[in-house]
Design a protein around this ligand. Structure first.
Ligand code: NAD
Ligand code: UGA
Length: 470
């Protein structure tokens, strides 16, 4: 029986391994993590992450050929293929702080593999890493190799998006596997390919050299984020001219060379990866002496920051230049719908901006707890543009933020509603009921273009939608 071990039971490791276990009942898959609460969560009725369809897949395989454990050493030692899916956040200190990827967790995983291995292993980079990381990992493994143990490093980046992870894993646009162009390297690629080939058509499994695979992941995220910053930049021009960004996006998306997806203007992109991966790309370009290329990609993040502060400015300026003491309801705190993940969510910056102007903020999100919101607001945030920490919200300021159990409660007695996540339920709310319980004039700022502005204006709301005529 092939044995797979995955180091890192997070948003990628958990769902990815669950799907491999579901599709390969004859393969034993063990997901290990140093975090005991995470592993406990994976072994419980309430999984540590919310992802549509995930519960069913885990329940189908857990205890059969899918296991979650904190015994990292034992399961790494037993496995033939070791995936490494640990976090690779932006460095906050030292060389490259604010840009470079922090590979501390990756290096510690590699050292554990070297320490405990007693047989040859295929080590798979699942985490998103800087191009050339495989070379560094290879050095750690071979310099610490015991008794002639051989390692093959593969790059197999993950392209799933949160909220649609299970669907993305069941029918991926492509699976990418990069390996060494040697007989052993090719054998390792084909061993990993044979796992995916159980459910992914052959023409969707791409094999490349190691560096192309590593760079393709960073480039894919940079291209995706660039589309959002492009449409968001156009949204500002729409507001200035009377054009409608939805109509513009629809018109340009009909060009088959551009395509219709990923052109929704928003309050800004969030999530744990777009900003981190672009900063990583920027840093790599700078290290290779390519400042023009670095600056090109840096601009994608600048526009994203601009979009978030533009939104806050619009709220404050529309409400007679002051929100001091006014209740503002925030609908949605997760970085996108169908996830409880709040990493780098634009809602953090918007809430900080509003509280900075002395608003009283009341948040409703179907998947985010009060505890999580408070943690996010008081967390130290690194300013990528200038190497320093931004002031987190003080605990006393964070008291001006409360979490409500439903949207109507959040909006009761409020002067304004801000929609910051595109949850489907926000499209179906009874806005008349909400309006009736608000101060007048009642403002609605739609950061995701989920409501019909004309309909809401007929109710009496003063509506601002991203990139739409006022
Ligand atoms: P995560 O923070 O949710 O999970 C990482 C896990 O690794 C944590 O539970 C942590 O405790 C564990 N870990 C760290 N060091 C360890 C060690 N030495 N031994 C055992 N466990 C260890 O991160 P994530 O969102 O799953 O992302 C993982 C990687 O995948 C990142 O590089 C990310 O860029 C990439 N990625 C993420 C997504 C996504 O949607 N979140 C999608 C594609 C790629
Ligand atoms: C993204 C990529 O889509 C995945 O392919 C990739 O694997 C992943 O990053 C990663 O490397 O972590 P994810 O961040 O989970 O996935 O979610 P997306 O659907 O890409 O959304 C990212 C952000 O962009 C969200 O805040 C979303 O609301 C925003 N967005 C997305 C827009 O503002 N407009 C759009 O048209 C699309």
């Amino acid at each position: 029986m092939v044995k797979i071990c995955c180091i890192g039971a997070g948003y990628v490791g958990g769902p990815t391994m669950a799907v491999i276990a579901a599709k390969c009942p004859d393969v034993e898959v063990v997901v290990v993590d140093i975090s005991a609460p995470r592993i406990e969560g994976w072994n419980s009725e309430r999984l540590p992450i919310y992802e549509p369809g995930l519960d069913d897949v885990v329940k189908q395989c857990r205890g059969r050929n899918l296991f979650f454990s904190t015994d990292v050493e034992r399961h790494v030692a037993d496995a033939g293929i070791v995936f490494v899916s640990v976090n690779t956040p932006t460095k906050t200190r030292g060389l490259g702080a604010g840009k470079a990827a922090d590979l501390t967790y990756w290096e510690s995983a590699a050292r554990i593999i070297a320490d405990v291995s007693r047989s040859d292993k295929i080590v798979v980079e699942k985490s998103t890493v800087p191009v050339k990381t495989a070379e560094a990992i290879e050095k750690i493994l071979t310099h610490n190799s015991k008794g002639g143990i051989k390692y093959q490093i593969l790059s197999n980046p993950e392209f799933l998006a949160e909220g649609t992870a299970i669907q993305d894993l069941f029918s991926p646009d492509r699976v990418l596997i990069g390996g060494r162009e040697t007989p052993d390297g090719r054998a390792a690629v084909s061993a990993l390919k044979s796992i995916y080939a159980r459910w992914v058509p052959d023409d969707r499994i791409i094999t490349t050299n190691l560096w192309s695979a590593e760079l393709s992941k960073l480039a894919a995220n940079a291209f995706l984020a660039q589309r959002i910053s492009s449409v968001n930049a156009i949204s500002a021009l729409c507001e200035a001219t009377g054009a409608d960004v939805t109509e513009v996006a629809n018109s340009i998306g009909k060009d088959s060379r551009i395509g219709p997806r990923f052109l929704s203007a928003s309050v800004g992109f969030g999530g744990s990866c777009f900003q981190k991966d672009i900063l990583n790309l920027v840093y790599i370009c700078e290290c290779y002496g390519l400042p023009e290329v670095a600056n090109y990609w840096r601009q994608v993040i600048r526009i994203n920051d601009y979009q978030k502060s533009r939104f806050v400015n619009r709220v404050v300026s529309s409400m007679f230049n002051t929100v001091a003491g006014k209740k503002v309801a925030v609908l949605g705190f997760a970085f996108k719908k169908d996830t409880g993940d709040t990493r780098e969510t634009p809602a953090i910056d918007v809430c900080k901006g509003l509280v900075g102007d002395k608003a009283v903020v009341s948040i409703y999100d179907p998947q985010v707890t009060e505890e999580q919101v408070q943690r996010d607001l008081v967390m130290n945030k690194f300013d990528w543009d200038h190497p320093r920490h931004l002031q987190p919200m003080s605990p006393s300021a964070a008291k001006h933020v409360a979490v409500s159990w439903d949207a109507y409660e959040a909006a009761r007695g409020a002067h304004a509603v801000c929609i910051l996540t595109e949850w489907d339920e926000f499209r179906r709310l009874d806005y008349q009921r909400m309006y009736d319980a608000m101060h007048k004039p009642a403002f609605l700022f739609d950061g995701r273009n989920v409501v019909d502005p004309d309909k809401l204006r007929r109710i009496g709301f003063v509506v601002y939608s991203i990139g739409k005529p006022l």
